[in-house]
Design a protein around this ligand. Structure first.
Ligand code: EPU
Length: 288
């Protein structure tokens, strides 16, 4: 397949990044590409790697600008699959976490319930080593199938990747992940999923567009608690507001834009720094 032909075939013309963003913010980009097969992906990968690109999955942790002068690679049209054999789960990177949980519960494959309610694709969860309730995805990973900058498929064993708190050393494009589940009864899994979603619903503003926790928790602190104690719940710039349910969430009250959110992030940082002497570090990825 000729690169130019594939590029023309997979380019989306009439989409805005806000259509993918979980906080409903973001304009157009230089070029938005949605390959429909791994072969197409492999053909365009060298071209993209040369120029630099932004991989977008569930976009639940990405803040997009009004115009992104770069290349966006969407996973939405690639094949999706959740497979389970010989005790190993293989999930394509573009699988929604909650869909994965439901499918795995049918084969009594558990251990992922801490992710319930996170509106992400599993590829993004692996890339940022996401987690909750003191757990991170790293502890369940066996290996990761990637496509490197030359377009070659490869398998990285988990110990070939360095994982940290909400971070990893992965630079290749993630195609799928092999994970080692815990054997758990179907109903037990569903009970834990329901419980975790209920506790998120009780403590997080899930019904408003948001990007999850904005800041990482400083050591032995909760960023939400710190921001709350600084009296910033409900603080609003334009249509971006510090959630009054959980202060480490910024919610879009209508037509918030990138600038509103960035100004609010800066304000929160300034107040927490001056009142508590703590420098908050972003958990979300700001696309510039
Ligand atoms: N709290 C407040 N005010 C607030 C928010 C929290 O007083 O506005 C208090 C809570 O009452 C609780 C403590 O702070 O006593 C911790 O709050 P929470 O249980 O919500 O935990 P968190 O540290 O704020 C972390 C993760 C969340 C994850 C929850 C539950 C980070 C940065 N945050 O939140 O992850 O859902 O634990 O496990 O790791 C995310 O990563 O996007 C995210 C939401």
């Amino acid at each position: 397949m000729d690169v130019k032909q594939v590029l023309d075939r997979v380019t989306l013309d009439d989409v805005q990044l806000r259509d993918y963003s979980h906080i409903c913010i973001g304009g157009s980009a230089r070029r938005i590409l949605a390959p429909q097969s791994i072969d197409e992906l492999r053909v365009i990968m060298p071209w993209l790697s040369e120029r630099g690109y932004l991989a977008v999955g569930g976009a639940s942790n990405l803040l997009f600008p009004d115009y992104y002068d770069g290349y966006v690679l969407l996973d939405e049209r690639l094949p999706r699959n959740v497979a389970f054999e010989n005790g190993v789960v293989n999930v394509t990177a573009n699988t929604n976490v909650n869909v994965m949980l439901m499918k795995l519960s049918l084969v009594h494959a558990g251990g992922f319930e801490f992710l319930a309610g996170i509106p992400a694709h599993i590829g993004g969860v692996v890339k940022m080593n996401a987690g909750a309730y003191g757990r991170s995805i790293q502890s369940l990973i066996h290996s990761i199938e990637v496509i490197d900058a030359d377009g070659k498929r490869g398998i990285l064993a988990v110990d070939e990747v360095r994982f940290g708190y909400r971070t990893s050393s992965l630079t290749e494009y993630i195609v799928s992940v092999n994970m080692l589940p815990e054997e758990k009864d179907h109903n037990m899994i569903l009970d834990d999923v329901r419980r975790n979603i209920a506790s998120r619903r009780a403590s997080q503003p899930l019904q408003l567009p948001n990007l999850g926790c904005i800041f990482k928790n400083p050591p032995y602190e909760s960023a939400g608690k710190l921001i709350d104690e600084c009296g910033l719940k409900g603080h609003r710039i334009g249509d971006a507001m510090v959630s009054d349910v959980h202060a480490n969430f910024i919610v879009n009250m209508g037509k918030a834009n990138y600038a509103d959110v960035m100004k609010l992030i800066d304000h929160i940082r300034e107040v927490v720094s001056s009142e508590r002497g703590i420098e908050l570090e972003l958990e979300i990825e700001v696309v510039r």
